[in-house]
Design a protein around this ligand. Structure first.
Ligand code: ADP
Ligand code: MG
Length: 458
C-alpha cells in the first residue's frame, strides 16, 4: 500500500467519528488523496457538488484531521474533479469563474423561470443537507443526475411547512436545466395543475393536455395535498401519471403529509405514488440549523458572530423559514441603523420570534433536566463539588440557562449556589467554544438535552 493510500485510510477513519454512516458514504468514502506537497493536500472528488458540500459542512473538520495526521499546521486543501479542473477552499472567485467557463449553455436558457416556472434561486449548492433532510437530499440528487433512468419514479417528498421541499424539488429541476439543456422540464404548483385540468376537461381537450405533458422529461408538482377532494382531476391525473411514466418521464412531487394521511386522495393515486420513493423532511437538528443560518447570512454578505448564530439555532427549532426570518430581521436592523449587532442586541431584536413556550422554562427546570441527563443528584450542581462530571454538568446547565432564558448571568449565579456572574459566563463560553469547533460529543449532548427541554415545555 502506498504512503498516500495509508494516509487516506487514516484520514477516512478519523473523519468517520464526526459523521453519520450516510453522510460518510456519500461525501467522504469516494474521496481520494492524490498528492501531498508541503502544506498543500490535493483531494480528488466525484463532482462539484462534493466540493460545495464539503466546503460548506466539513471544512473545519477536514483541516483539523489532516493537520493532525500530517503534522501540518495550516493544511491547504485543493480539490480536483478531473485532471484539469482544480478547486480550493481559498479561491472562491477562481472557482466561480472556472465553473462558469465550463458551463456552455445556449443563450436562450438564461431565464429558467419563463421556460419552466422554476425558481432559479433554489439549487443543491445553497441547500444545507444534514440530519432531517439527508435522505430527501440524496434521493433528489440521484434523480437529478439520472433523469431518464432513475429508480425513484415518482419521487415524493413530504413534511411540514418551511422545511425545504419546494427548494429540493426545484433544485432537481434547476440541476437538470443546467446540466442537460435539451431536457424538457415543467414545474407546476398543484393549484395551477388543477386549474389546467379543469379547463381542459371543460373544453374537452384533455387528450391534448395529456400529450403535452408527455413531451416533458421531468414534471414537478408542488403541494399535491391540495389535489385531495378534486375527484375528476384526480382521475385524470392518475391516467396522466401512467402515460408520463410509460413514456419515460420522471415525476417529482411534494406534499405536506404522507399520502396515507391525505384524506380523500384517490387510492389508485396513492398506490401509484408508492411505486416510487416516498421520503420525508423533518426539522433540522442543532448543527444543521447553525449551518443554515450561516449560509443564509453569507448569502446576503452579513457577518454574524458565532454566539448569535448559536443563539438563533438554539432558540428557533420550528422550521427553516423561521431561521431565515430571524437572519433577515437582524440584517434589517443592521442595514437600517448601520450598527454592529452584539448578542444582547440580537436577543432583544429577536425576542418576539423566540417561541413563547420558553416562558414556562426556568433555571430550576433546566437544573432538573440536566441532573437527570447526567444521572447526578441535582443539589450537587449548587455545591462546590469539582469532580469532572459534576463540573461538566454544571457548565452545561449554566450554558443552557444563558442561552435559553432571558436571565442575567448574575441571577443564574445565585441559583447555582451563589456563584459569581463571571463564573457563569466562563462556563457558558467553554461550552459555546466546543460547539463552535463542532466538538461531536458536546454538540450531540446539547442537542439531546434541548430536545428534552422542548418536549417538556410543549
Ligand atoms: P417547504 O416547501 O417545505 O414549505 P421551502 O422549500 O419553501 O419549504 O423552504 C422555505 C425556505 O427555507 C426557503 O427559502 C428555502 O430556501 C429555505 N430552506 C429550507 N431548507 C433549507 C436547507 N436545508 N438549506 C438551505 N435553505 C433551506
Ligand atoms: Mg413548498
Amino acid at each position: 500500500m502506498s504512503e498516500l493510500n495509508k494516509i487516506e485510510l487514516q484520514f477516512k477513519d478519523k473523519i468517520k467519528a464526526y459523521l453519520n454512516q450516510n453522510s460518510f458514504n456519500t461525501w467522504v468514502k469516494p474521496l481520494k488523496i492524490v498528492q501531498i506537497e508541503n502544506e498543500k493536500i490535493s483531494i480528488q472528488v466525484p463532482s462539484k457538488i462534493h466540493i460545495d458540500y464539503i466546503k460548506g459542512q466539513y471544512k473545519a473538520v477536514f483541516e483539523k484531521t489532516l493537520s493532525e495526521i500530517l503534522a501540518r499546521e495550516n493544511p491547504v486543501i485543493k480539490f480536483l474533479i478531473d485532471a484539469d479542473t482544480d478547486f480550493s477552499f481559498e479561491h472562491k472567485a477562481d472557482i466561480d469563474t472556472q465553473t462558469k467557463k465550463v458551463k456552455i449553455l445556449p443563450k436562450t436558457r438564461v431565464a429558467p423561470y419563463k421556460e419552466t416556472s422554476l425558481n432559479p434561486k433554489y439549487t443543491f449548492e445553497n441547500f444545507v443537507s444534514g440530519n432531517g433532510n439527508e435522505t430527501a437530499y440524496v434521493s433528489s440528487l440521484q434523480v437529478a443526475k439520472n433523469i431518464k433512468n432513475t429508480q425513484y419514479n415518482p419521487l415524493l417528498i413530504f413534511g411540514g411547512v418551511g422545511l425545504g421541499k419546494t427548494h429540493l424539488v426545484s433544485a432537481i429541476g434547476n440541476y437538470v436545466f443546467n446540466n442537460e439543456p435539451d431536457r424538457n422540464i415543467l414545474y407546476l404548483s398543484s393549484d395551477i395543475l388543477v386549474q389546467q385540468l379543469v379547463n381542459h376537461i371543460h373544453k374537452n381537450t384533455i387528450d391534448d393536455y395529456k400529450s403535452y405533458l408527455c413531451t416533458k422529461d421531468l414534471i414537478i408538482i408542488d403541494d399535491i395535498q391540495f389535489l385531495a377532494k378534486k375527484e375528476k382531476s384526480m382521475q385524470e391525473l392518475f391516467h396522466i401519471f401512467n402515460h408520463i411514466y410509460n413514456s419515460g418521464g420522471q415525476i417529482v412531487m411534494t406534499s405536506d403529509f404522507h399520502p396515507n394521511e391525505i384524506h380523500d386522495l384517490d387510492d389508485r393515486l396513492k398506490s401509484r405514488f408508492k411505486m416510487g420513493l416516498i421520503t420525508d423532511v423533518r426539522p433540522p437538528d442543532l448543527e444543521t440549523r447553525a449551518a443554515i443560518i450561516r449560509l443564509k447570512a453569507e448569502e446576503i454578505n452579513f457577518n454574524l458572530e458565532d454566539d448569535i448564530v448559536m443563539f438563533i439555532a438554539n432558540n428557533i427549532n420550528t422550521n427553516v423559514r423561521d431561521l431565515e426570518g430571524a437572519v433577515k430581521k437582524l440584517y434589517f436592523y443592521y442595514s437600517h441603523f448601520n450598527k454592529e449587532i452584539g448578542i444582547n442586541k440580537a436577543k432583544e431584536i429577536l425576542k418576539e420570534l423566540i417561541t413563547s413556550k420558553k416562558s414556562t422554562l426556568n433555571i430550576d427546570k433546566i437544573q432538573d433536566i440536566v441532573s437527570e441527563f447526567f444521572s447526578i443528584p441535582k443539589d450537587l450542581l449548587m455545591k462546590k463539588t469539582r469532580t469532572k462530571e459534576i463540573a461538566d454538568a454544571r457548565a452545561v446547565a449554566m450554558y443552557l440557562c444563558t442561552t435559553q432564558l432571558k436571565a442575567t448571568t448574575t441571577s443564574i449565579g445565585v441559583h447555582f449556589g451563589g456563584r459569581e456572574h463571571s463564573t457563569v459566563s466562563h462556563a457558558a463560553n467553554k461550552i459555546q467554544k466546543k460547539l463552535n469547533t463542532k466538538d461531536p460529543e458536546v454538540t450531540k449532548m446539547i442537542e439531546e438535552i434541548l430536545n428534552v427541554i422542548n418536549l417538556s415545555t410543549c
